[in-house]
Design a binder for this molecule. Structure first.
Ligand code: R5P
Length: 297
C-alpha cells in the first residue's frame, strides 16, 4: 500500500488570519505560493512547492472583493491541476454570490455561474459554511459539504439566558426554528421587504417579544439594514435587550450604529470588518469547524 500523505494546505490572499488559524488547528504548515497583483489589476500565481499526486486544500473566502478572490482561486486551482495535484478541495467559508440563486427579471443566476466556474476550474470538492440556501448544493456536480456555524454561535449565546429567537428575514425561518429548539425558546418573525440592494423595510412582527430579550438570527449581515430595521421593530414591540447572532459578518455599512442591538456575535468567515468598531461586536472563529471537516475528507 502506498504511504498515505497528509493534505497540503494553501491559501489565497482573502483571509490570512483564518488561514493561519486553520493551519494551526491541523498542525500543518501553509503551502508555499506566490500571489501578486499586477499594476493593471491582473493576478499572477506561482506554486513554490511540489504538489504532484497530493490532495490539496485551498482556503479562499469570496467576501469583500468577491470578483478578485474568485479569480484568484480559479488561477490557483488551474496551477494545481497543471502541476498534477491529485484532488483539489476548496474551503470557501463564505460563498459570494450565493444570494443571487434564482432568476429575477432578466438577470443571471449568479450563484450558478460561480458554481460552474469552480467546477470547470478543476475543484473536486467544496467545503463551505452556512450556504445561503441549501439547494445551491445542486448547482454543483461535485460533493459540497455545508457546515453549520450554529453550534459555535450557540456556545456564546447560551450566556444570555431566556430569549425569544427572531428572524429578520422570512427566508431564515428554518434557522430561527433550529436556534429556538436548541435554546428551548419561542420564535417570532419580522415581515421584511427589500426595497433596493441598500434599503429594506421591516413592517410587522409576527410573535410576541414584550418584556423579553430577543435574539435576532440571520446568515448574512451585509449593509446591516435588515438587522437594524428588525431591531427597531422589536424595540417598538417592547423587547428588553436585543442580541444578534449572524454567521457571515460582511458588515459593509454603518446601519447598525443607529439600530437597537446591544450585542452581536458573528463568525470570521469574512475578515474582521475595519469599519465597524462597536464594542457590541464579538467574533467566533470557524477554524476548528473547517479544520475538522478538512481532516475528515
Ligand atoms: C437575506 O436573504 C439574508 O438572509 C440577509 O437578511 C441579508 O443578506 C442581509 O443583508 P443586509 O445586511 O444588507 O440587509
Amino acid at each position: 500500500m502506498p504511504e498515505k500523505k497528509s493534505p497540503l494546505f494553501f491559501a489565497g490572499t482573502s483571509h490570512p488570519e483564518l488561514a493561519g488559524q486553520i493551519a494551526k488547528e491541523m498542525k500543518l504548515a501553509l503551502g508555499k505560493i506566490e500571489i501578486e497583483k499586477f499594476p493593471d489589476g491582473e493576478i499572477g500565481v506561482q506554486l513554490l512547492e511540489n504538489v504532484q499526486g497530493r490532495d490539496v486544500v485551498v482556503l479562499q473566502t469570496i467576501a469583500r472583493h468577491p470578483n478578485h478572490y474568485l479569480m484568484e482561486l480559479l488561477l490557483i486551482a488551474d496551477a494545481l491541476r497543471r502541476a498534477s495535484a491529485r484532488r483539489i478541495i476548496a474551503a470557501i467559508p463564505y460563498l459570494g454570490y450565493a444570494r443571487q440563486d434564482r432568476k429575477e427579471g432578466n438577470g443571471p443566476i449568479a450563484a450558478k455561474v460561480v458554481a460552474s466556474a469552480l467546477e470547470r476550474g478543476g475543484i473536486d470538492h467544496l467545503l463551505t459554511v452556512d450556504l445561503h440556501a441549501e439547494q445551491i448544493q445542486g448547482f454543483f456536480g461535485i460533493p459540497v459539504e455545508n457546515l453549520y456555524a450554529r453550534p459555535l454561535l450557540l456556545k456564546r449565546v447560551a450566556d444570555v439566558g431566556d430569549v425569544v429567537v427572531v428572524t429578520p428575514d422570512l427566508g431564515r425561518v428554518k434557522l430561527a426554528r433550529a436556534f429556538a429548539e436548541d435554546l428551548k425558546a419561542d420564535f417570532a418573525v419580522v415581515d421584511k421587504r427589500r426595497v433596493s440592494a441598500k434599503q429594506v423595510e421591516a413592517r410587522a412582527l409576527v410573535g410576541d417579544v414584550r418584556g423579553k430579550d430577543v435574539l435576532l438570527v440571520d446568515d448574512i449581515c451585509s449593509t446591516g439594514e435588515t438587522l437594524k430595521m428588525a431591531s427597531l421593530v422589536c424595540q417598538k414591540a417592547g423587547a428588553k435587550r436585543i442580541f444578534a447572532a449572524v454567521t457571515h459578518g460582511l458588515m459593509m455599512g454603518s446601519a447598525l450604529e443607529s439600530g437597537a442591538i446591544d450585542k452581536m456575535w458573528i463568525t470570521n468567515t469574512a475578515p474582521s470588518p475595519s469599519a465597524v468598531k462597536k464594542p457590541i461586536l464579538e467574533t467566533v472563529s470557524v477554524a476548528p469547524l473547517l479544520a475538522q471537516a478538512i481532516l475528515a475528507i
